[in-house]
Ligand binder design. Structure first.
Ligand code: NAP
Length: 251
């Protein structure tokens, strides 16, 4: 008789550090693990187990994939802002009758000294900036147009891949990958005379330094709240999730 983990086929929906750590832990534990990435970064990092790239073609495509690959469970370890993929995973797992668990880092919480302004999305965040603001925008490339197209704003836009449109005068694009240190973030904010930080409430240690830097320098942070995701058992670490996966796979 095979062990609970032995050869069980698990799909991880990835794109995060947590997904990579989980893939390593599951592979180590004897699971047959495949990580799926959207294929948006040109040089994906190495993952333990198998890697597949690109969209599935909506929930229907994911259902076909799960059936064809005989997946036995799905772990949604996508970024907290990847709401479409999470909704598709929820629909597909229900249709296939297989367990869905989520690995998700807790959100950041404001601490003493933080000057947070809550935003509902990228456009809202851009609209909340006062005329003449110099923003450090760290929301990735997809929605950067909201900032580049708003008049009266300049600053720095940081992202891993190139932006979909050229930066207008007064904007600098930095193509960098986390982690970042607090000292480096403070130096960046000071060097570029930044007046406001703009960030998603992504959570996690890799990108938290900018929040600490904004607090120490006393500049406001426009923080975009997380989108709603469908309900699923949520764990914040691989160690906490694996026993729950083991139970979910019991006959
Ligand atoms: P999204 O809006 O939820 O997804 C858009 C579409 O991209 C999905 O419908 C799906 O296409 C495809 N997709 C997304 N994640 C996928 C995955 N892991 N494997 C295969 N296809 C995937 O997601 P997003 O916000 O564009 O994020 C894309 C990826 O970047 C995610 O993997 C996420 O973890 C990562 N990421 C996102 C952010 C962020 O701020 N949003 C930050 C860091 C990393 P189909 O419908 O064709 O299946």
């Amino acid at each position: 008789m095979r062990s609970v983990s032995g050869g069980r086929r698990i799909l991880i929906l990835g794109g995060t550090r947590e997904a990579r750590e989980l893939a390593a832990a599951l592979a180590e534990g004897g699971y047959d693990v495949t990580t799926s990435l959207a294929g948006v970064t040109s040089r994906p990092l190495r993952h333990a187990g198998a890697l597949r790239l690109g969209g599935f073609g909506g929930a229907a495509g994911l259902i076909r994939y799960l059936a064809a690959e005989r997946m036995e469970a799905v772990i949604d370890a996508t970024h907290p802002f990847a709401a479409r993929m999470s909704a598709n995973a929820h629909r597909a797992c229900r249709a296939q009758g297989i367990p869905l668990l989520r690995l998700e880092r807790p959100p950041w919480r404001p601490a003493d000294g933080d000057k947070w302004i809550a935003a509902t999305g990228a456009q809202d965040a851009a609209d909340l900036l006062p005329i003449g603001a110099r923003a450090l925008v760290t929301i990735g490339r997809q929605e950067i147009a909201c900032f580049f197209l708003r008049s009266g704003l300049t600053g720095v836009a940081r992202m891993i891949e190139a932006p979909p449109l050229p930066p207008p005068p007064g904007w600098t694009v930095l193509r960098e990958r986390p982690p970042f240190s607090v000292d480096a973030e403070m130096a960046l904010i000071t060097h570029h005379a930044i007046s406001h930080l703009v960030t998603k409430n992504a959570g996690g240690a890799d990108t938290e330094a900018k929040i600490v830097a904004a607090r120490r320098l006393g500049i406001p942070a426009i923080v975009i709240n997380r989108p709603e995701k469908p309900s699923a058992p949520v764990h914040s670490t691989a160690e906490a999730l694996i026993p729950s996966l083991r139970r979910a796979l019991l006959p």
